[in-house]
Design a protein around this ligand. Structure first.
Ligand code: ATP
Length: 435
């Protein structure tokens, strides 16, 4: 029998109104359909830890597909995955809830995708990665707020440990090693001794090498998008995880130094650079393979099946570091204009990577100047201001604005009036009219 406990008070205190209301609605519907519904996994863990988590994972004992489809008539969008008996309900306001059928999974052979074969909450929870993620809370009306803990998740949360549910956990799914490293850092937990031993033998036994490139890519991406990447990478290096994932890879001190610098720069820049979030992980990937032989770099990128544009970002980062150092390095002065003109052709992550990877402090400083300030320099005047001044609509306007931006980088204009004066004297209207 599981350990149970009433956590409805805690839910009342800690959950946002939307979450509470949604869980209640889901529970009521389950009750009407004579199903049992639970919220499970990371959400429960974070509730008990007092951390916010908006990702609702619902498990249904019974037919989750019918349950999911029943929401279609309530103004929700739904999507189902018939084969896995899972799906998503999207509530108005784009709030997603994942719903799954409580299931037992049989792995035909290690690292295959799971096959679904029906029934029961306990089995569903047993196939999860760590005990702290294996708890459920009932959301049916009659048992609202009952925490269900079969495997000692509560105890491990209290002692801040990550523990697998059984000794074959990493054999069943080696990505759990990577998930574990990520979660450990995120939560500030430790691995329980036996779990740590199992990780080491999974690595030694070559299990990580069996994973498909796509699964490795997904997990690496999640790691590299964490807030604190550096300590995770350090631990991965210590445990020889990269060697286990990619044959021939050499993650040396130089790579680690680049990762540390990237982490450090990102703490400051992450929110300044538009659209960088999606690509940040590529800079870390480039850092990790930086010191490996060319063929290893290529084999690693092949294995990961990067999209064409992602691959180009990583390759440009690695291949053009020297070009960047030549273009904006050296003792002599470099004008803002020069720095800008070179770096604007590179994606922000690529420039960020160069700043972290270069050994030349001047190059680093100039790139950081670009990433913090120069990249967002713009003229005050806009296209329609130029039209008002009498310039014809068309490509000329773009050209003037571009030149004006460079003039600004050279320090030739400051105010709006300066800009108007600059435009009038560099692009005199009477010349245009005549020409
Ligand atoms: P969090 O645990 O913070 O939700 P996450 O966003 O990575 O992290 P999901 O990927 O949404 O979690 O997974 C939800 C739950 O499914 C997890 O709490 C975990 O218990 C379980 N889970 C996910 N991947 C695996 C896996 N490979 N093996 C076992 N259980 C897994």
């Amino acid at each position: 029998l599981p350990w149970t406990e009433d956590v409805s008070q805690l839910m009342a205190q800690r959950l946002s109104p939307w979450i509470t209301q949604t869980l209640r609605r889901l529970g009521r519907r389950a009750e009407e359909m004579s199903l049992k519904a639970y919220v499970v996994g990371g959400f429960v863990r974070d509730l008990l830890l007092g951390k916010e988590n908006q990702d609702l994972d619902i498990v249904i004992e019974g037919d989750a597909l019918a349950f999911i489809k029943s929401w279609e008539t309530d103004g929700c969008k739904v999507a189902v995955h018939e084969r896995y008996k899972t799906g998503t309900i999207v509530f108005p306001g784009d709030k997603k809830v994942d719903v799954a059928t409580a299931r037992r999974e049989f792995y035909e052979y290690p690292v295959a995708l799971p096959k679904v074969a029906g029934d029961s909450l306990k089995h569903d929870l047993y196939r999860r990665d760590f005990t702290v993620n294996s708890m459920a809370i009932s959301i049916n009306r009659t048992s609202w707020g009952t925490l269900i803990d079969y495997f000692g998740g509560r105890r491990d949360l209290q002692s801040r440990q990550l523990r697998v549910l059984h000794n074959l956990s990493f054999v069943e799914d080696p990505t759990r090693v990577l998930r574990g490293l990520r979660l450990k850092q995120r939560l500030g937990f430790e691995f329980e001794d036996n779990t740590f031993r199992l990780i080491k033998s999974a690595v030694k036994g070559g299990l990580l090498g069996l994973l498909s490139g796509t699964r490795v890519k997904n997990e690496l991406k999640l790691i590299f998008m964490e807030e604190k990447v550096y300590p995770i990478v350090l631990e991965m290096v210590r445990l020889n995880i990269f060697e286990a994932l990619f044959s021939g890879i050499k993650v040396d001190r130089n790579c680690i130094r680049i990762v540390r610098r990237l982490s450090f720069f990102l703490r400051r820049l992450r929110y300044d650079l538009p659209d960088i979030e999606e690509d940040v992980w590529l800079a870390f990937l480039a850092a990790v393979i930086f010191s490996s032989a060319d063929w290893v770099q290529h084999a690693t990128l092949d294995k990961l099946h990067l999209s064409k544009s992602n691959r180009e970002i990583v390759e440009k980062a690695l291949d053009d570091l020297g070009t960047a150092e030549n273009a904006i390095g050296g003792k002599g002065m470099r004008s803002y204009e020069e720095i800008y003109l070179f770096l604007r052709d590179a994606p922000y992550v690529t420039a960020l990577f160069w700043a972290a990877a270069t050994q030349q402090w001047r190059v680093r400083r100039r790139i950081l100047l670009y990433l913090t300030r120069l990249h967002r320099v713009n003229p005050i005047l806009m296209g329609r201001d130029l039209v008002e001044l009498g310039y014809p609509k068309g490509p000329l306007i773009g050209k003037i604005l571009e030149e004006l931006l460079l003039a600004r980088l050279r320090g030739e204009v400051e105010t709006r009036e300066d800009e108007i004066k600059w435009v009038k004297s560099n692009y005199p209207l009477y010349v245009l009219k005549k020409g």
